[in-house]
Design a protein. Structure first.
Length: 346
């Protein structure tokens, strides 16, 4: 019986490597052999996972993140692509500052240095406007240039102008979601609560982003479209980078599997065990565990933090830690893994 165990990080609790180590210890105690693969869709901790698959650091840099703190970041050489993980600068763990006071402008200094940018795990909800304000697009309150652009002052924007320094970029943007920035199922509605936004704040920021994106559109012959799939990645960075700056949106999961070589291995196992901190509707809309599930023809088991998807028939069986896993993730994962062992060894 060939078994593969794939794990993404459990956001806020365990890294993919820690998850796999816990599962391996339980399997070893029960004399179960398996192959273990940390996986990513280009979001948080993707640099670490790419390195675990043998890719090397191209360059280390010391730069300021979205909170104004100096942090060390890595550029990774992935088959001659220079990759940068945006959550190193705008990630959910970079700062506790209110998301309405934050923007993505800090990414501008690093864009010229990379070919591929991984989105996901962001703290921001600025539609990428902060980045655009550093890339040759000026946002004005009447005749006054707005310097520190963030959702708290979007309502002050009266018009938008392109400067001579504005130019299109030729980059690949790895996304972990197909959700658009605007529309019925928008990124703000889906991910806003995770970043501390309440219903009224989501409604107001959505209104302002739609209004300002219309102002931006007046500067382009081909109008940027914030309702396209993937534009909602990283609080709207997908929109700014693709629709305004001209980059190509690419599935982060597919990019990872193709470059790591795992794409060819998915269907060489009898059992696949898929691990994620929370499996919900967004997991099947671009995230790496959903990608494996879609491609896999063998038995699939979910082993993770919380299963919060209406369809429980997606997996052969589900073993999750539940709410207790947030309090004691290692202990609860050991317990869930033992339950899985009892099933697959019968």
């Amino acid at each position: 019986m060939n078994i593969a165990v794939y794990s993404d990080k459990f956001s806020g609790t365990l890294s993919a490597t820690e998850v796999l180590e816990i599962i391996k210890n339980v399997f070893d105690e029960n004399s179960i052999e398996a192959s273990y693969f940390p996986v990513t869709d280009g979001g948080e901790n993707s640099s670490l996972i790419f390195k675990e698959h043998g890719f090397k650091v191209n360059k280390n840099l010391s730069v300021l993140d979205l909170g104004g703190n100096e942090v060390n970041v890595e550029l990774i050489n992935i088959n001659e692509d220079i990759f940068f993980e945006s959550s190193q600068l705008v990630g959910i763990n970079n700062t506790d500052t209110d998301t309405k006071e934050l923007n993505t402008g800090c990414l501008s200094d690093i864009l010229e240095l990379c070919d591929v940018i991984g989105l996901g795990g962001s703290r921001t909800n600025d539609g990428g406007f902060g980045l655009l304000s550093k890339m040759g697009i000026n946002f004005y309150n009447n005749k006054k240039l707005i310097e520190n652009l963030n959702p708290n002052n979007f309502d002050q924007i009266t018009h938008v102008e392109l400067t001579d320094s504005f130019k299109k970029l030729n980059k690949k943007i790895l996304i972990d979601t197909s959700i658009p920035l605007l529309g019925n199922t928008s990124a703000l509605k889906v991910f806003g609560p995770q970043k501390g936004l309440n219903d009224e704040e989501i409604k107001e920021i959505t209104f302002q982003i739609e209004r300002v994106s219309n102002l931006i559109s007046k500067n382009f012959e081909i109008k940027p479209d914030a309702t396209k799939p993937g534009t909602g990645a990283a609080g709207g960075l997908g929109y700014a980078l693709s629709e305004v700056l001209g980059c190509d949106l690419v599935s982060g999961a597919e990019y990872f599997f193709q470059n790591s070589g795992l794409e060819l291995k998915i269907n060489t196992f009898d059992i696949s065990i898929l691990c994620e901190g929370k499996f919900d509707s967004s997991s099947v809309k671009g995230k790496v565990i959903g990608h494996i599930l879609e491609k896999n023809n063998a038995k699939s088991y979910f082993l993770g933090g919380i299963y919060d998807h209406i369809d429980r028939e997606l997996f052969t069986n589900i073993f999750d830690c539940g709410e207790k896993g947030l309090e004691n993730p290692k202990k609860e994962l050991v317990s869930a893994t033992n339950k899985l062992v009892n099933e697959i060894t019968i």
